[in-house]
Design a protein around this ligand. Structure first.
Ligand SMILES: [Zn+2]
Length: 285
């Protein structure tokens, strides 16, 4: 079966193709759950196989994405322990984003989106769940972004030049510029923030994440990742901030920068050019 066969199949049966993509996404989400659970602890994501917190191995039919959790109604079969709603949630979000990429994007950008979004979900999940972001997938975001830019120059709209090598080189520069801007921007904010607030405003993980978004989306994407992400972060932290003010307590929570920046990065990947256009039109009128 070739890629052309797959494409004609998708054209003939759009509903079935979308469903297949959704199932694929939920399976990837299931694997991301394992990564989110194990990577921050430095454990292998391959061995041992899935097992319950009580030590019992989980048979594969109870491990099916979404269906497994629903059929168990959120309780482990072996010991009755509660299974976090995080597991089906990550599977559902991954499935929906895979389908969104499939329906909204075209060509190789769909597959690139799947890699990009999976890594973003992984990083955001680790930050939310364990409050630490492992370096390996974060650097993988930067690395894959640069490599994919060279492989698929059209990711950066670089396809105009008749010589393919020139397009690839230009896309590489676009991607590296995104990495540079992302790194410099967060590093600068971090330095200024540390001086003003007297405590570390943003961590190294934020720097690498913003660089990674830059690698996939270019320097405008890195810019949006930081500032759009900050706005999303403040909005999500606002309710608990207001609540602690009303109660007269000191605010103890942290602004969830990594998930917010990941959301901003994903938004830019899907709708970056449109956002840029809207911004320009807004400036003119
Ligand atoms: Zn158990």
């Amino acid at each position: 079966m070739t890629l052309a066969d797959l494409k004609s199949f998708a054209d003939l049966h759009p509903g079935l193709a979308t469903l297949t993509v959704g199932i694929l996404g939920s399976c990837v989400g299931s694997f991301l759950n394992v990564c989110i659970h194990r990577m921050p602890k430095g454990e292998s994501v391959v061995t041992p196989g899935s097992h319950c917190a009580c030590g019992q191995p989980i048979p594969f039919w109870l491990n099916l994405p979404l269906v497994g959790w629903l059929s168990l109604r959120g309780r482990a079969r072996c010991c009755g322990a509660k299974i976090s709603v995080r597991y089906p949630l990550v599977e559902l979000i991954t499935a929906l984003l895979f389908v969104a990429a499939w329906t909204m994007l075209a060509g190789p950008k769909v597959a690139i989106a799947w890699v990009f979004l999976s890594l973003l979900i992984l990083l955001a999940g680790c930050d939310l769940d364990e409050m630490t972001v492992p370096d390996a997938p974060n650097f993988a975001l930067v690395g894959t972004g640069v490599i994919l830019a060279m492989l698929v120059p059209s990711l950066f709209g670089e396809s105009a030049h008749p010589v393919e090598a020139v397009n690839r080189f230009r896309a590489l520069i676009d991607s590296l510029l995104g990495v540079a801007v992302g790194t410099a921007l967060v590093w600068w904010i971090r330095t200024v923030g540390t001086v003003i607030a007297g405590q570390e405003a943003m961590g190294e993980a934020d720097i690498i994440l913003c660089a990674g978004v830059g690698a996939y989306c270019g320097w405008q994407g890195a810019l949006f990742c930081l500032f759009g992400g900050s706005i999303i972060g403040v909005i999500t932290a606002l309710p608990s901030l207001v609540l602690s003010k009303i109660k007269g307590e000191a605010y103890s929570g942290v602004v969830p920068f990594v998930p917010s920046m990941a959301i901003a990065g994903a938004i830019w990947f899907f709708r970056g050019p449109e956002l840029l256009m809207a911004w320009r039109n807004w400036g003119v009128s």
